[in-house]
Design a binder for this molecule. Sequence first.
Ligand SMILES: [Zn+2]
Ligand SMILES: [Zn+2]
Length: 328
Amino acid sequence: MKTPKLILLAIIAAGAFGCAGSNSTTETTTSTTTTDAYPTLSASVANKTASINGTTGCITNVNTTMDSALPTRIKDNFKCQVAYVSGTNYIFKSANLPNTTSFYWAGKSEYDAGNSGQYALFAALPNGTGSANAAGTNVISSESLQLTIPATPTLKTGTLSGTQNGLVAIGLTLNGLAIFNNAAAPPDNLSTEALTFDGFDGHPQNTGIYHHHAGVRKVGISGTDNNDANLIGIALDGYLIYGKKCDNATAATGDDVTLTASVGTSDGTAANITGASATTLDQLHGHTTTTIHLSTPTYHYHMALDPTATIDTLMGSYFRGVVGSVSN
Ligand SMILES: [Zn+2]
Ligand SMILES: [Zn+2]
């Protein structure tokens, strides 16, 4: 991981929460060589003056560039990031700046000093005054996330890849934000860490990487907390991640399928992943059906109650597919 850039605060102390398995250096480094034919993200954003561009819907200075060669499910849905085809992979690059208000644009020190009002995108934590004490000292920073994701995902056999083994991110949301796993920094359970989520269900870890473990309200239907069939993002193995319902392969919402989450946990062995049907998810929050984006039955994930986290999360403890790589 490179040193985070463009941080207003000179020192970001280790936070009260650390998001186990997702804040350490990446276990892999990308070996993809690209010519960088697509522009790198211009993200010279100062937290204090950060604003949302009303036309693009992204943070001002964060551009959306989608390679025309990408499938429509990618290029018509993802924004506030750069994505392009590179050989057998899709490359996603993101400055990882939330296009939403957040407590963490200013952070606890500015809040305590009474300065948070000077930050255009500052918003109190949803639990109200006092919950700032739970927020730790973390503050949003610009990143240079790069995810190399297989264009044609494949189900892994044998031992599955864990989502908690030190990856910088395990996926990316439609609005270009890191997806983290179903764990919190020990000894916390993610349900405890969830008390620090901002009004859009995200928060930054100790080096400023803003991320979602659970809900992504910005891309769900307003007010449903992702209890819908909307696309949320893509996992590092290339499989799509949806809200808590399955869209039944139609644009209509009246026929969306309510899903039952697995009550079991995975032992990390592909052969022991069981229980999936059109209405029931396996131990990794996934099943294989058609969706409005997948015309042939294809594996995909859903936000679901996770036995490890004890709250709804986007991903379980393992990837079902062969994973790409991620760097920052
Ligand atoms: Zn976290
Ligand atoms: Zn589904």
